[in-house]
Structure formats: C-alpha cells, structure tokens
Design a protein around this ligand. Structure first.
Ligand SMILES: Cc1cc2nc3c(=O)[nH]c(=O)nc-3n(C[C@H](O)[C@H](O)[C@H](O)COP(=O)(O)OP(=O)(O)OC[C@H]3O[C@@H](n4cnc5c(N)ncnc54)[C@H](O)[C@@H]3O)c2cc1C
Length: 507
C-alpha cells in the first residue's frame, strides 16, 4: 500500500515507521529501511533507559552465531534412525545473510571494527557413548557432503579432541567412546554491542529518532490504515499519541501483549509461554584462558530444544568469558524487566483454548522445568562436570539470562501447540508486523527483517531501486546459498575476510 512520506521532524508526532523496542530486531529493520530509503521518517520507542537491555544484551543470550555447525537439535533424528539436515541448511544460509549485511556495513564504515561485536570461535559438538557417537558420525557424513558444511571436521580420536576442547577431555575415562566435530570459523556474536552500534549509526540519520524511557501502551488503527500509538514517558507519566504509517512490534517478550492490543484478526489464537534462562559463569581467569570454543552437547531427555547444554567462550564488551548452560527456569514475566502478571494478562478469550491445550499436552516440559527450578548449585555443577569433569564449584557463579516467550499457536484437536522457533505475524494491509518467539533468534535477524519488508513493503521491494540496494548490501539476495555452491564460495570468502573471521579456501 501507498505511504505518504513525512520529511518533517518527529515533533509533529507523525512518522512513516514506528518501531517498538530497541533490540537487535528493530535495530536491523531500521538499518535496512534507512539504507533503502533515507527519506523515511523512523521513530524507535524503547521503555528502558538504554538500547539492548533485554534478550539482545550480551549477558542475556548465548551469543552463538547460529549456523547449524554445532547445534545437534537442528538435525533431528527420526525413530528409524534417519537424520534430517534441512533446518541446519536453512539456518546456515540465513546466518550467511546476516554476515553479508554486517560485512557491507563494516565496509561502508557504518559499523566499527568487527572484533567489537563478532569473533571467530570454533563451533564444536561433543558426544560420548556408542549411540551418540554413531549419531554424530552419521550427522557429519550427511552435512559435510553439502557445500555449506564442507569444512566440518570429525574425530573420534581422544588426543585430537583434547586439542579442540582441552577442559572437556581432562580426566575422562580412557575407554569411553567419544566423538566431536569442529568448524573453525564459527562465531561468537555480542548482539548487545551490535545493536548499540547499529542504533548509533542510525542516530546519524536526520530522519531517525530514538525515544528511550518511553513505553508503548496501546495502538489503534485509524483512518487511511494509519496507526495511533499511545506512548508514555516513564519518568513524567506524560502520554502522547504518535501517528504512524507502519508499526513494527520488535518488543521481544513484550510483542505478544501489543499484538493482542492491536486487535488485528491475524493475532487471534496466539499465546506465549515464558521460559527463563540461567548460566553458570566462570570466575577463574586461568580456566577461562584454557577454553576457546563453543562446545554443544545433546539435550537431556524431556528438555526443550533451547536447553541444549553448551560450554561457551564469549567475548562480551570486548572481554573473554566462559559460560555453561543454559539451565531453564520458570517465571511468569515476558521480559526480564517485565511484570509477574504478564502471563495471566496474556490469556484472552481468543487464545484460552490454545493455552489450555498446551498445558494439557506438555507434562514432560512442566516436569523438566520444575526439576530445573529446584536444582541446587551442586546439582548444576554435576551437570557441568558431565562436560568438564574437573570443574570446581567455587569457580562458577549463577547468573540470570534473558527471558524467552515461546509461541503457543492454535492447532486442530490438541487446541494449542508450543513452538520453539520465531514467527512473523503481520496484518493483511501490511501496516503492522510483530516478531514472536526466540530461536534461532538474533543470528537470523536480517533474514527475519527481510521477511517483514517483503510482507509489508511489497510494492517498494519490487522496485528496481530497492532491489539494487539490497543486492549491494546482501550480494546473495534473491538467490539460494543452499543450492548454489559457487555463490556460497564467493559470499563466504568475502564475509570471513571482511569480518576478520579467518580465511576461506575450499578445494
Ligand atoms: C537465554 C537466551 C539465549 C539465547 N541465545 C541466543 C544465541 O546464542 N544466538 C542467537 O542468535 N539468539 C539467541 N537468543 C535469542 C535472541 O537473544 C533473541 O532472539 C533476540 O535478542 C531478540 O531480539 P529482539 O529485538 O526481538 O528483542 P529484545 O532484545 O528483547 O528487545 C525488545 C525490546 O523491546 C522493549 N520493549 C518491550 N515492550 C515495550 C513497550 N511496550 N514499549 C517500548 N519498549 C518495549 C524491551 O525493553 C527491549 O529492549 C537467546 C535468547 C535467550 C533468552
């Protein structure tokens, strides 16, 4: 649909685009829009005093540049033993799209030195026991045949694995069957730093305005498909109404309540189930120094997919760190800084059936979460010692991570289904979009925001002008990295070099 351009300052309370939330999703969408049409007047409204204080903050997520290299839950095994690699292929190609945009922004000088937000950190999977070793071997055989994963190494040799992950191999029984895979150019991404860099870049645009300490409270569609958005100043309590042509609900856990308030028919039936995360954070510098990878294992029985345990080298605000987890927790809040009433308030007549359906059919998950919440420090250390046998309790401290709100969707006979991915919900007229869910999350934020543009700015996306700009920013745009090995080679050579992640030299 047509949108009128507003070239005046935001003070007249009329904008082309209003983004709720200053996390990685809104920052990415605003960056793309500002690149595609610098005349668009964009307003970003954030309820906290600063940007990226929720899930996108470095300490609130695992910082894994999800590419399917190490996450075993992206290649599920069916009861007949077959392994499906399609999700890993799609996520890998999706992450390459993010890498391309970040590379272009670094090359244009719009992002600073890549080390300040992304660092090469080998992605490794580690398993023990005959059954899991057979699975990893078969997974590697399938993946490494595909050009996206051609560089993945595999080993069952204890001394090779000890070089890849020394802490994990110390004091392991010599007769235990073990196996590992490794991709050297896996990444750790400080999504908090990246978000702050993107927003600083946007603040240089005359048509971009950031409003922190302001909460979006309500939204209603008025005449001409435009939205009246009620924004409240957290300090003074003063309210103002902003008139917006397009609204993006990039509010993380806060997106569902706002989507419900929008009243669009597409919001019906959606509910949310909050799962909080916790890490053990290592405080011993000598131990931190000895580990230099992200090592993912297999999820325990009954655990939700995001609870795959991993021992993780991190670079947060430029400093190396070591985390283990996540341990799941339960809180009725939808945001880390949210209200305990969030879950209760999200139950509406339109989604009560889906919510009850999920409550009835997910006893395993409920039992798992209760078990996690009741764990003592020593019980958490025991889980860590399955990975790192010599871990000392006094070196590790519990820290609370971000809050995820898993999507509950209406579905046939069960009433409702719990989903662990991300989903974009948009209005039929393309004036509103919301991002729900959390996985693979920030890593594929660029692809997710391109999807928002495709749905909500379809007319402009079809123009030669926007197509040309997208091709400059993301050279593989419109083509498939899953199908085209030559294209992948060119793209990966460039992104690894531009972001300082290593040298790509396939045969
Ligand atoms: C424990 C954990 C581990 C994770 N690990 C990874 C990982 O390894 N790799 C990965 O790629 N992804 C990971 N993720 C997912 C990733 O963190 C999220 O997908 C991503 O940060 C979501 O970004 P966002 O911008 O949508 O939300 P957020 O970063 O949560 O930002 C939403 C913003 O909206 C604001 N807001 C909310 N309501 C309102 C309102 N009404 N008015 C104004 N402002 C509002 C909030 O204050 C917040 O700043 C993880 C998440 C968690 C919780």
């Amino acid at each position: 649909m047509e949108r009128t351009l507003n070239t005046k300052a935001a003070t007249d309370n009329k904008v082309d685009v209003l983004l709720v939330g200053a996390g990685i999703m809104s920052a990415t969408l605003a960056t793309l829009l500002a690149q595609l049409d610098p005349r668009l007047h964009i307003l970003m409204v954030e309820c906290q005093a600063d940007v990226a204080t929720e899930s996108s903050d470095g300490w609130n997520n695992a910082g894994t540049g999800h590419a399917g290299y190490c996450e075993l839950n992206y290649t599920p095994q069916a009861a007949d033993g077959s392994i499906n690699i399609n999700r890993a292929l799609a996520i890998n190609a999706g992450f390459e799209i993010s890498l391309q945009l970040w590379s272009s922004l670094v090359e244009q000088g719009l992002l600073p030195a890549p080390k300040s937000f992304i660092n090469a950190t080998p992605h490794e999977s580690f398993v023990w026991g005959e059954k899991d070793v057979a699975f990893l071997k078969a997974r590697h055989a399938l993946l490494s045949r595909h050009h996206l994963f051609a560089d993945m190494q595999y080993s069952e040799d204890a001394s090779t694995i000890a070089q890849w992950m020394p802490l994990i191999m110390q004091q392991r029984p010599a007769n235990q069957p073990v196996a590992a895979t490794r991709v050297a150019y896996g990444t750790d991404v400080d999504f908090g730093a990246l978000t702050r860099h993107l927003v600083s870049g946007l603040q240089k645009h005359p048509n971009f305005t950031l409003l922190c300490g302001h909460q979006v409270q309500a939204l209603q569609q008025g005449s001409g498909h435009r939205w009246k958005v009620t924004v409240q100043d957290a300090r003074t309590g003063r309210r103002q109404i902003i008139d917006a042509g397009f609204v993006f609900l990039g509010a993380g856990g806060g997106a569902l309540p706002l989507l419900q308030k929008s009243g669009i028919p597409e919001s019906r039936g959606y509910g949310g189930f909050p799962v909080s995360g916790q890490w053990l954070v290592c405080r011993n510098r000598e131990v931190i120094r000895q580990h230099g990878a992200k090592v993912y294992g297999n999820a325990p029985l009954g655990a939700p997919p995001m609870s795959v345990p991993h021992l993780d080298t991190r670079y947060i605000n430029g400093q190396p760190a070591l985390l283990f987890g996540p341990y799941a927790g339960f809180s009725t809040r939808f945001l880390k800084h949210g209200s305990y009433l969030d879950l209760l308030k999200s139950i509406k007549t339109g989604n009560v059936k889906s919510m009850l359906g999920v409550a009835r059919h997910n006893f395993d998950l409920t039992r798992y979460l209760i078990g996690q919440v009741l764990q003592s420090h020593e019980a958490r250390m025991q889980v860590l010692r399955r990975f790192y046998p010599q871990a000392r309790s006094e070196d590790w401290e519990l820290a609370v991570a971000g809050q995820r709100v898993q999507i509950i969707k209406q579905c046939g006979r069960q009433g409702g289904k719990l989903e662990f991915g991300t989903e974009i919900v948009s209005s039929a007229d393309g004036t509103l979009a919301a991002l729900l869910g959390a996985s693979p999350g920030a890593s594929t934020s660029v692809q997710a925001m391109l999807d928002v543009l495709q749905r909500c700015f379809a007319d402009r996306m079809a123009t030669a002008e926007w197509q040309g700009r997208l091709k400059t920013l993301i050279p593989s745009y419109g083509e498939s990295l899953v199908d085209d090995a030559e294209l992948l080679k060119k793209v990966r050579q460039r992104t690894l070099a531009a972001l300082g992640l290593g040298v790509y030299c396939p045969e």
